[in-house]
Design a protein around this ligand. Structure first.
Ligand code: ATP
Length: 206
């Protein structure tokens, strides 16, 4: 099994890359999605979040009120750390379970927005970083996500800088151009790097 960490700044194109890799045969594990699942209605995760931050972060229908939680943790690093203590171990456990369920010759791609910030790079055989200029990313976030320019800039500033992320990369995928160029880059990555690497990892195994 080859374990690939996929990351990139917000709006860089990680989800597009992950979807393309899935269509080529990768098993994609989406950390953002798991982070939502572990605090879905009725979960222990949600109960712990509500115990830590109060009923104000829970909607009447029993679901997490993300904007309310965001307000609580945004300005308070201690609250944010507490939230991460609840969420991260659950995400790690679920991820490990999904990896364990994958076939032994799988190429598993874990899409993790904060891979570098959380210090996870050493846990993968290969780290792929999608990069795009800040102006390109802001343009996409405004166009496709309905953010204002200020919101997009604020989100970008809350993440690690491009230099730090790119320093952790084994492979850089440029996504400043049109989608067909990105797809071509993903296909090269798959055929030239990931598939041969997986074969190597497999043959080196006792
Ligand atoms: P997040 O960190 O928020 O999950 P992301 O890195 O996963 O962001 P995507 O959702 O893949 O980013 O891309 C952001 C938006 O930009 C999406 O709407 C996507 O369709 C669009 N997009 C990505 N790459 C390109 C491109 N080369 N040309 C045009 N649009 C693009």
């Amino acid at each position: 099994m080859l374990k690939v960490g996929l990351t990139g700044g917000i709006g860089s194109g990680k989800s597009v890359v992950a979807a393309r890799l899935a269509s080529l045969g990768a098993i994609v594990i989406d950390s953002d999605r798991i982070a939502r699942e572990v605090v879905a209605p009725g979960t222990d995760g949600l109960r712990e979040v509500v115990a830590a931050f109060g009923d104000r972060v829970c909607r009447d229908d029993g679901s997490l009120d993300r904007p309310a939680l965001g307000e609580v943790v945004f300005a308070d690093p201690t609250a944010r750390a507490r939230l991460e203590e609840i969420i991260h171990p659950r995400v790690r456990a679920r991820t490990a379970q999904l990896v364990a369920e994958a076939p032994p010759d799988a190429i598993v791609v874990n899409d993790v927005p904060l891979l570098v910030e959380v210090g996870l790079a050493p846990t993968y055989h290969l780290v792929v970083v999608v990069r795009a200029a800040e102006a390109t990313r802001i343009g996409r976030l405004v166009r496709d996500r309905g953010m204002s320019t200020e919101q997009a800039e604020q989100r970008i500033r809350a993440q690690a800088g491009d230099d730090r992320r790119e320093a952790a990369a084994d492979v850089l995928l440029d996504n400043d151009g049109e989608l067909p160029e990105l797809y071509a880059g993903v296909e090269r990555l798959w055929h030239d790097r990931l598939v041969p690497y997986e074969r190597n990892v497999r043959t080196r195994r006792p």
